[in-house]
Design a protein around this ligand. Structure first.
Ligand code: ZN
Length: 373
């Protein structure tokens, strides 16, 4: 397998807005963990986790799901008084800087603005941004349902939506001192709805790509890079990947419309689909993302390194690495990691069984034992 010279590894990381260096003998350039941000009361414990567990395992990229659980000052109506403070975030920043871990905050934009039974903060405070105001939330709504209600979206063409969310992006990136931001953008089921007066007749792929470009441009104006989940850019029918980890709502052509300097987090939890190659060949940088199945994670790592090893440099350099995902909450992850609880029960039938903590440990063991690629 071809080795990437140390200097080139540094260049690759610079190209994706990463600050941490690629250490020879420690796996692919990006070795990541995505997890919900800790609650304020557990920040100190999480800092210890960064120092004692993430750094020694070679993690060099940490994406924290913050969403609206932050004491925002730029839009005071969006402030969560019980959310992270600037001081809390400063502790995380200092810890990651010391550990040479690239720290990236996430706020879910466009989709994931509710669950079936409750709104998220953005649509609670600004209901005028709701793409589907006629869809009523209710307890015990199961999927599938007549409204196709999974999560609500904001309307990307509402004239005020960017005035509201862009200052939040700027503020959270400033607090995290980050040169990158993850905007979510996964599982956007409500988009360009027929009854929306602004975008009902629009092409959904163009709508999605326009929103990606708007967010990307805002970040680029401050020398920051955009990371997103990749599912809306994959054709769920042609690939057979279906409507969750790929798109069946006409957004997949956006893969050819989005800016090429974004980073795709390509999540597949039950099989190591060969989609990182698709993204890389389309000119998009990509990170493969597993969840609870160690065998899938190890295959994704192996595929990433194999394909990097046999690809011409421009393609290889876009195949960045692997990032473990955690979806059971930061507290749950820490409790399981430190043996205070058993693996969380599977909450949704469509999600595979397994342990995200065990998967992460297996993945980190594997990238530490593999040569740098
Ligand atoms: Zn709309």
């Amino acid at each position: 397998m071809a080795r990437v010279p140390f200097a080139l590894g540094l260049f690759l990381l610079a190209a994706v807005g990463a600050r941490a260096a690629d250490t020879p003998g420690s796996g692919p350039p990006v070795r990541g963990l995505f997890i919900a941000a800790p609650s304020p009361g557990r920040v100190d414990e999480f800092v210890k986790f960064i120092d004692e567990e993430l750094a020694p395992r070679g993690v060099n990229t940490l994406i924290l799901g913050v969403n609206y659980e932050y004491q925002f000052a730029s839009r005071s109506e969006m402030a969560d008084p019980h959310g992270l403070s600037k001081g809390d975030v400063a502790k995380l920043v200092a810890s990651c800087r010391k550990a040479k871990i690239h720290l990236i905050p996430q706020i879910n934009l466009l989709g994931h603005q509710s669950w079936a039974d409750h709104l998220g903060r953005l649509l609670s405070v600004h209901p005028e941004l709701d793409e589907t105001p006629w869809v009523k939330l209710a307890p015990n709504v199961k999927w599938p349902n007549p409204d196709r209600l999974y999560c609500k979206s904001y309307c990307p063409r509402h004239p005020q939506v960017h005035e509201i969310v862009f200052p939040l992006i700027d503020e959270i990136c400033d607090a995290f001192e980050s040169d990158a931001f993850h905007a979510g953008l996964d599982e956007v089921f409500y988009l360009g709805e027929e009854k929306c007066p602004r975008c009902g007749k629009a092409d959904k792929a163009e709508l999605f790509a326009d929103e990606v470009k708007a967010i990307r441009d805002r970040l680029a104006s401050k020398n920051r890079k955009l990371w997103i989940w990749g599912d809306r850019l994959l054709d769920g029918d042609t690939t057979g990947l279906g409507e969750w980890e790929a798109s069946t709502n006409q957004t997949s052509r956006a893969i050819d419309l989005v800016p090429k300097d974004i980073i795709i987090c390509d999540w597949h939890y039950e099989q190591a689909a060969p989609t990182p190659s698709l993204f890389a060949l389309k000119g998009l940088s990509v990170v493969a993302c597993p969840w609870r199945k160690s065998d899938v994670a190890l295959r994704q790592l192996r595929d990433m390194q194999d394909i990097r090893g046999q690809s011409p440099a421009p393609t290889r350099d876009r195949l960045l690495g692997v990032m473990q995902t955690s979806w059971n909450g930061c507290d749950s992850f820490l409790d399981e990691f430190y043996g205070r609880k058993k693996p969380a029960a599977t909450e949704k039938p469509r999600r595979p069984r397994g342990s995200e903590v065990e998967c992460f440990k297996a993945l980190a063991d594997a990238w530490k034992s593999k040569p740098s690629s």
